[in-house]
Design a protein around this ligand. Structure first.
Ligand SMILES: N[C@@H](CCOP(=O)(O)O)C(=O)O
Length: 450
């Protein structure tokens, strides 16, 4: 598979080069030249595999000759050593024998080490990068902007990796207490992962990373690499779980259409889903949930795309005013608004509505949702209002509620026990550099620490 820049299809790269370069020359996003298309027979074979083995088979379509099938199997089996459950709010698993009428599932993508869906892509990317760099003594400096979850997953995936330094840029005061603790306590004082609290919003962090990539001297001096979803090596693995879980859901409830609801910010997760659908995953529609930062939902209803400064909300990981993957979504649909709306439907929700939903779901079922998952679930409920026939609903559970314990405990008036990885992070001393959102400040810091 080769990749081309979304700005100029004559600018090409292999998977390995696209992953390490992160952005195409001129700042374009790498796009796969063509997507593989699986027939129903082939999808049935993939659906019968474990998630890790299915991911390895899918990955084989996207890489280059540096990877053998055995390499990919090892990478995926090592990366995906945690469950990928789909459960009803009452706790039933996806099993038509046990729950014949169940329609409403949460796909819990938060059972990896940092308790967010980002682990799926970060762990594949970390292992793939290490495989590409091999024993070549290459070095890379990763810059990753985070509104809460990506930074932790990337830090964890690249922790102690030879030749790699990771700088996590997060908005000071703009992530949850638990997320901040997680981001600022990776490894020890000599760790290759460092946290930078930027005096600004997530958009400022993302802008700073892009400015750094636009600066040739800085790129060359530090061998910069991005681990955000602007990197195609982050987006491709985000298609694997849509592909595999849709096959499980369809096998369980074959006669019903299948709809996924995705709480969305930078739109990398949706891009993964759209890629899976174009590869033949049996998904009928995507429902997009936004918080008050809703340029994509606005685009879906008006056809006008207007990025804007982000505002802080309860679902902070989605506080993004200029979603990075918008151009990829357009490119996947021939730059045609009507084609996008055939596949995507969206709605946005205020913090009050999100809080009320978390409370209602908990009172009615006992299920505790993180604020992001709640936005996705609200969007799914709204979408369902106009659908009369039964369909299987899968809301993507993006993060464990304990990552937002401060707000979820306040909303539910109940203790949210911290899973051990978070409890461990809470016991550690935070280390971070506080910085103004300027390229000069970043260059100065990199000069000392990269
Ligand atoms: N929501 C993200 C923001 C960065 O998004 P990415 O998918 O481009 O890495 C976060 O939690 O950090």
């Amino acid at each position: 598979m080769n990749y081309h820049s979304h700005q100029d299809s004559s600018v090409k790269a292999s998977f390995s080069d696209a992953l390490l370069a992160s952005l195409a020359p001129g700042g374009g996003l790498w796009m796969p030249d063509a997507l593989p298309k699986y027939s129903p027979n082939e999808t049935a074979r993939l659906g019968a595999m474990s998630f890790a083995d299915c991911a390895a088979e899918l990955a084989a379509n996207f890489v280059d000759e540096k990877f053998t099938a055995a390499d990919l199997k090892n990478i995926c089996r090592d990366a995906y050593n945690f469950p990928v459950p789909m459960v009803t709010l009452a706790g039933e698993t996806l099993d038509p024998a046990l729950a014949p009428d169940a329609e409403d599932f949460v796909l819990e993508l938060f059972h990896g080490p940092t308790l967010a869906f980002k682990d799926f892509a970060a762990r594949f990317m970390g292992r793939a990068a290490s495989h590409i760099m091999g024993k070549t003594k290459q070095r890379r400096t990763i810059l990753v902007a985070t509104s809460g979850d990506t930074g932790g997953a990337i830090g964890d995936a690249f922790l102690d990796q030879e030749g790699i330094k990771v700088f996590i840029l997060f908005p000071k005061g703009g992530v949850s207490k638990v997320q901040e603790q997680q981001l600022t306590t990776m490894g020890n004082t000599r760790s290759n992962v460092k946290a930078i609290a930027v005096d600004g919003s997530f958009d400022d962090c993302q802008q700073l990373v892009k400015q750094a990539f636009g600066n040739n001297a800085l790129c060359e001096e530090h061998d910069l690499m991005s681990a955000n979803s602007i990197n195609v090596g982050r987006v491709i693995p985000q298609s694997f779980y849509y592909f595999w879980t849709s096959l499980q859901a369809k096998a369980a409830y074959p006669s019903r259409p299948l709809v996924y609801a995705i709480p969305s910010g930078n739109l990398g997760n949706l891009t993964g889903g759209l890629i899976a659908k174009q590869m033949g995953a049996p998904i009928n529609r995507f429902v997009i949930g936004n918080n008050a930062n809703d340029p994509f939902v606005d685009y879906l209803s008006t056809g006008e795309y207007t990025p804007r400064p982000s505002v802080p909300t309860l679902s902070n990981a989605m506080d993004i005013g200029r979603p990075n993957n918008f151009p990829r979504i357009l490119a996947l649909h021939g730059e045609d608004y009507t084609e996008v709306t055939k596949v995507c439907w969206g709605a946005s929700f205020s913090d009050e509505e999100t809080e009320r939903h978390i409370r209602r779901v908990h009172t009615e079922t006992g299920y505790v949702m993180c604020p992001h998952t709640a936005v996705g679930h609200l969007a799914m409920e709204k979408f369902a209002e106009d659908v009369s026939d039964p369909f299987t609903r899968i809301t993507v559970g993006t993060a464990h509620p304990a990552k937002f314990a401060d707000s979820v405990e306040r909303i539910l008036h109940t203790d949210i026990p911290l899973p051990e990885p978070l409890a461990k992070a809470m016991r550690k001393k935070k280390r971070m550099h506080v910085m103004s959102p300027t390229l000069d400040a970043l260059s100065e810091y990199l000069a000392k620490h990269a």
